[in-house]
Design a protein around this ligand. Structure first.
Ligand SMILES: *Cc1c(COP(=O)(O)O)cnc(C)c1O
Length: 384
């Protein structure tokens, strides 16, 4: 029986780029708008909504509409990288504002907070990612922003977004979530109470490791959102149209890619969980992970492809595993179709709290047997 009242599912809408269809030509793929400037109309009035490329463009707007749809957001803004999106939020805070951020998190964002704190631009308090009691104990009556990365780099600690939101809101603070590890086909952070949902669209949203992009999505728009849009326009950090085209193309397969990456990651996590050469597998999809129950709710079981392995032996053993992999690339980043492996302590430097034997794995969409065999041979070689 047909049910014409049922709303189209997000998977359908995103696969069709929101059923894009050019009314004049019938083209079903959005064009790449390359113009740097827009002519005024016959009354010498600027046409809406753009007047210059630094404002944005039609291609980027289409990608923003797709993400807003995925996020159940009122509006989304795309930036030239996750870091420029994050920085737009950080920079928008008032002089001397108080923020609460995780002690360990994506290193670039942590670096920004530390830099702003050093210059006395912000007051920063820290909490252990996922630890809501500690968050509650460091938040202040005048806290402006709580930053939560969930799942959190590099051990994938899970923050209960709804609970973090009520702690933040009780003090009049905004909650920003960075759920880059579980894109909005898995976690719609605004639905759990986040005020701003941030993603590095470089990662799962694009999924093909060929652009950098970042996005902020919100439900309630107002002067602060206009300020953030203005800072993007003034600084020229808008995502450019060629990259937006690649992002639209990448997002069409988002659901498929994240499903396959999750399937592969679950297999790999179980395979290495009690492995003689592996100390610990950190993956929220495992029942042994402390965030498993919350993440089941926050992802609907689509745990994604991010995990870390703590390797037995010395830090050099862990580095050797990355050197000996032949299928996994020894590269930074995550969320692409190809699997990556990375020794985090080498990449994040001496000041960052990370286990010296931790390898971060971004599981791609390859044949899972090839991935398991590759890790097995690399572990064996590193230990011989
Ligand atoms: C990659 C990443 C960022 C930064 O995004 P870029 O696109 O590399 O600038 C921020 N947060 C998380 C969790 C990330 O993985």
């Amino acid at each position: 029986m047909s049910n014409t009242n049922r709303k189209l599912s997000a998977a359908t809408k995103i696969a069709q780029a929101l059923h894009y269809l050019d009314p004049e030509t019938g083209a079903i793929v959005p064009p790449i708008q390359t113009t740097a400037t827009y002519a005024r109309d016959e009354n010498y009035t600027p046409r809406k909504p753009y007047w210059y490329k630094r404002d944005g463009n039609e291609t980027t707007s289409h990608a923003e509409k797709m993400i807003a749809d995925l996020e159940d957001a009122t509006d989304s803004l795309l930036f030239s990288s996750g870091m420029s999106a994050a920085t737009a939020v950080i920079d928008h805070l008032d002089q001397n504002a108080h923020v609460v951020v995780p002690r360990a998190m994506y290193h670039g964002v942590l670096h920004q907070f530390q830099t702003y704190a050093k210059k006395n631009r912000l007051r920063v308090s820290y909490y252990e990612a996922g630890d809501l009691d500690e968050l509650n104990s460091v938040i202040q009556n005048d806290t402006a922003l709580v930053w939560a990365e969930t799942p959190n780099n590099p051990d994938w600690a899970v923050t209960d977004i709804a609970k973090a939101a009520s702690i933040a809101h009780a003090k009049g603070a905004k909650l920003l979530t960075d759920c880059t590890g579980t894109p909005p086909c898995a976690t719609k952070a605004l639905n759990f109470g986040a005020d701003i949902s941030m993603h590095s669209a470089t990662k799962y949203l694009n999924g093909h490791s060929d652009i950098t992009a970042g996005v902020l999505s919100v439900r309630s728009i107002g002067p602060y959102w206009d300020d953030i849009a203005l800072s993007r326009k003034i600084q020229g950090t808008v995502l450019q149209s060629f990259d937006a085209f690649l992002l639209i193309r990448g997002m069409r397969t988002l659901f498929l890619r994240v499903e396959r990456a999750t399937e592969n990651a679950v297999r790999i996590a179980h395979h290495f969980e009690n492995h003689p050469l592996v100390e610990t597998v950190l993956y929220p999809g495992l029942a042994s992970h402390p965030g498993n129950a919350v993440q089941l709710i926050q992802t609907g079981g689509l745990f994604g492809g991010m995990m870390s392995l703590i390797i037995k032996g010395s830090p050099q053993t862990a580095i050797d595993v990355t050197r000996f992999c032949q299928v996994f690339y020894p590269a930074t980043s995550l969320g692409g179709v190809e699997s990556l492996i990375e020794h985090r302590a080498t990449v994040s430097g001496p000041d960052f709290p990370v286990h010296p034997n931790l390898l971060r794995l971004s599981i791609g969409i390859e044949d899972v047997e090839d991935l398991i065999d590759d890790l097995e041979q690399a572990l064996e070689r590193a230990n011989s």
